[in-house]
Design a binder for this molecule. Sequence first.
Ligand code: AMP
Length: 547
Amino acid sequence: MNGLMMQQPLLISSLLVHAERHHGDQEIVSRRVEGDIHRCTYRDLASRSRRMAKAIAALGVKPGERVATLAWNGYRHMELYYAVSGSGGVLHTLNPRLHPDQVVYIADHAEDQVLFFDMTFLPLVEAVAGRVKTIKKFVAMTDRAHMPKESKIVGLLCFEDLVDANDDHFEWPTFDENQASSLCYTSGTTGNPKGVLYSHRSTLLHTFAIALPDALNVSARDTILPVVPMFHVNAWGLPYAACMMGAKLVFPGPGLDGKSLYELFETERVTVSAGVPTVWQGLLGYVEAGGLKFSTMRRTVIGGSACPPAMMTAFQQRYDVQVIHAWGMTEMSPVGTAAILKGKHLDLSPEERMAVQATQGRAVYGVDMKIVGEDGAALPWDGKVSGELLVRGPWIIQTYFKGEGGDPLVKDDQGRGWFPTGDVATIDPDGYMHITDRSKDVIKSGGEWIGSIDLENIAMAHPAVAMAACIAALHAKWDERPLLIVVKKHGAELTRDELIKFFEGRIAKWWTPDDVVFVDAIPLGATGKMLKNRLRDQYGKHLLAQG
Ligand code: AMP
């Protein structure tokens, strides 16, 4: 017997309708690329999103088609989140930190139809505009006064012109909640980047989950400043959760340095933020140097890579800002766990509580996880034994866009699919997961992936190189930076500087390896694969040692 309750699809547009109706006067503040501070409300956001939805339809975008962005965190980007997905299109947030070749590959793979971009990225867009196959329209996210006087892009459109050309009489369409809403590419360890295609349903369920008190804890009393980019897994879902809860939003635009962030935290009375550890290093450095305090900040979510315990201590003990250490992946929308204390931890000593908070945390409801050994059998949750971490749940990937890479899931004995995260972890009896290692070889620099294989391929293209391995070497500022381990061809001459120079123009500048170590041989495993773990053990602290 079925229940007798309403069938109503979970659609992203419903978040905006709710925010307009219940929190219409709540503010959205943005530091713009133009340099000024812009203020609007959820009412404005809703109205302009409806106008933009009409503009996008007029550009010829059909339901299910992809609309790409290359943009910072700001109100215009937020409007596209709702205008594109709400009207049945798929929002594809491109990562502007990628090399132009990768941007072209990803845009072609996604079959993007329109590209919206912040003026910062005009040179990048000009570099790719003549090469991308499917993008027919380019829109600069600015007003008429700030449009470039001349541009290589033929027929460049202006965001504000599109808004002005339409009124806001528009009803958000109703459709199946399983329809695609947005697309993010993750750079895989092997081969090309793969697309993760979220649905309205997965996004809404994820939004409910992250807003909960024992997750990111979002409310109508909060002022949230998401430092995590809207081009990185939808800023961890905060643009959706803020609408659901009616929180004030503060967007930092391109100003991600300690000084710019601190000023916004203080002037806008920010209570909650979220970002990768590298960003907080910059902010803490600025606050410490100036002997400053946070007057309103209460919590910050730190994830994307492990939060160093020293950073947690600084925030909590020196500045009275609670750290929520969270873990997740692009393939998980992204939030999987958050390290929030249970009632029984409250009487523990500060050190004992810190040990709990330093883990990657416990699963939010909706995420099921397990650790398995090499034979695939589940391992005990004793906080000691480590194994590969597998997850399942309604906002976790089933398969990559266009089936790239085949079926990613591993079946259990009941035939249920689990997604292997590539992380190695322990889980304690209370369910707190702790990542001890990652089985992937990608390098995480300032929270962003750098694919080691791409760098190895370039090095291998040098005529004097016989073999090259690229590993993640620890770095004081960026957490990790690429380090090349190279075997020269017999009798060949090659210096470090020559090889580093070889990368110029072949890869985004920040992907360039920081250093090169020449060796006689690279250790190989039984199947001929380079044993990078062993290289990491040997050379992982090479850059730190250089100071
Ligand atoms: P991405 O898909 O780019 O978000 O990267 C996901 C990966 O980042 C995970 O599989 C982990 O290896 C790593 N990661 C994310 N959050 C954390 C964390 N809190 N601690 C350690 N590693 C993390």
